[in-house]
Ligand binder design. Sequence first.
Ligand code: ATP
Ligand code: MG
Length: 171
Amino acid sequence: MRALYIGRFQPYHLGHQAVLEKIAKEVEEIVIVIGSAQESHTPENPFTGGERMEMIYAALGESDLRERCIVTPLQDIKRNSVWASHLQSMVPRFDVVYSNNPLVVQLIGEAGIQIRKPPMYQRDLYSGTAIRKLMREKCDWSGLVPASVAAFIMENGGVERLISVSKSDSF
Ligand code: ATP
Ligand code: MG
């Protein structure tokens, strides 16, 4: 059985990691799909698809999940009605989708694909939005992501980039 787990992973955090570990107990293989892969350098999507792929592979390397996961990017198509077919046409085959994102749940359900909703792990703490806010406010965020992801972000100027792309040029 092969599962699909999709997110934007801006950045990949310990909530994502907890979901992945839960999925790994239920299925043999996992396709991790990086959504909105074409986006980068914005307040909502600071990291490129490739950077997010590196972060995820680095985090998987910390655990024994590396051999059971395939990480692949997916660009947006701005037509929700055919998004599930777009997904199926671009990624390795899968049997079940794990997601809590309401739009993903709706579109996958309508396409007749099996969907499972994983439990939420401390969503107030482990949330991309909350982590990006901490980064912008120069508060401590590094404990909320796997150590290798924190290292990647710091080595590649990720926080400085997020702060810079969040600025406006008006007073
Ligand atoms: P953002 O706030 O930028 O949307 P996010 O934390 O929701 O970030 P996504 O990449 O959008 O991260 O999420 C991918 C998937 O992981 C979604 O299905 C989301 O519901 C789920 N997810 C995110 N955080 C958690 C968490 N703490 N526990 C369980 N699932 C989570
Ligand atoms: Mg989200």
